[in-house]
Design a binder for this molecule. Structure first.
Ligand code: AMP
Length: 285
């Protein structure tokens, strides 16, 4: 596996692979890799001729009070894991080369996709994500981009970015990988204390119970949310940041459940913020 540290080198490597007719798959990450990331890597390895994974903890997507400096960094292990999986290149640029001093651009997807859910709770987060993704896509020029359903809003926003700027990349969104007790894998799970770790799966259980209610024909979003809230209230030290039911395509909150929706939540366990979501569909009548 090639380790690539500069944007210029990445652009050259991609160009040479593309010239040979290779289909390039790309998995952007912030490292601290787990099975969730590796499911995206495996999906790329299965369909692309070349798979490139980036590891870059993007300072621009962290708020001033967020965990940028203590975000887990496990580069040596990540590198080993990716090499073993058969990845062709690991692109790990430094923060200075991505954002030189004179850097002055922000790429932002406006409108409903960014307005709800994590948008207002993490000001500047999604424009940090779209700015870095635009840069990464320009360096890598992949044919296929692999993203996780775990970050559904992020995937929707990146999909919009790609269409709006004609970036010509096909996006594949893969299902959330979970622990046996349902907790979605996340690099941040390691922040949880033993007690908090026991409470954390309640988030998924609440979302599932919401989905079950919808399947049983409860179509009032307020009723479904109340059911999920009641379940989460049992979690010691768990605080709900948001708990919403939105249209799966537009991410607009719904009051009456029709077609495909997304049950999405963010909770705080101590200082650790966990997000999760589940797609659901109203039963056909
Ligand atoms: P991150 O390193 O957190 O920026 O995540 C990199 C990519 O991995 C994103 O597309 C995430 O949605 C995806 N991802 C993170 N956790 C999971 C998971 N548990 N299952 C599937 N994909 C995930």
């Amino acid at each position: 596996m090639r380790l690539i540290r500069s944007i210029e080198e990445q652009a050259k490597v991609s160009e040479s692979w593309r010239r040979r007719g290779s289909v390039i798959g790309f998995v952007p990450t912030m490292g601290a890799l787990h099975r969730g990331h590796m499911s995206l890597v495996d999906a790329s390895l299965a369909v692309a001729d070349r798979t490139i994974v980036s590891v870059f903890v993007n300072p621009r997507q962290f708020g001033p009070k967020e965990d940028y400096s203590r975000y887990p960094r496990t580069f040596a292990g990540d590198r080993r894991m990716l090499a073993r999986a058969g990845v062709d290149a690991l692109f790990a640029p430094g923060a200075r080369s991505m954002y030189p001093k004179e850097f002055a651009t922000r790429v932002e997807v406006t409108g409903q996709l960014s307005r709800g859910l994590c948008g207002p709770r993490r000001p500047g987060h999604f424009s940090g994500v779209t700015t870095v993704v635009a840069k990464l896509l320009n360096a890598v020029r992949p044919d296929l981009l692999f993203l996780g359903q775990k970050d559904a809003q992020q995937a929707a926003i990146i999909g919009r970015l790609i269409l709006d700027l004609n970036l010509g990349v096909k996006v594949k969104v893969l299902p959330t990988v979970r622990e046996p007790d349902g907790l979605a894998l996340s690099s941040r799970n390691r922040y949880l204390s033993v007690g908090q770790r026991k409470v954390a799966p309640l988030l998924y259980r609440a979302l599932r119970s919401g989905r079950d209610a919808i399947r049983e024909g409860v179509l009032s979003a307020a009723s479904v949310r109340a059911r999920m809230r009641r379940m989460l209230a049992a979690g010691r030290g768990l605080r709900i940041q948001y708990l919403d039911i939105v249209d799966a395509r537009t991410l607009q909150p719904v009051s009456r459940i029709r077609g495909r929706v997304l049950l999405a939540a963010a909770v705080l366990l101590g200082a650790t913020r966990l997000i999760d979501n589940l797609p659901a569909r109203a039963p056909r009548r």
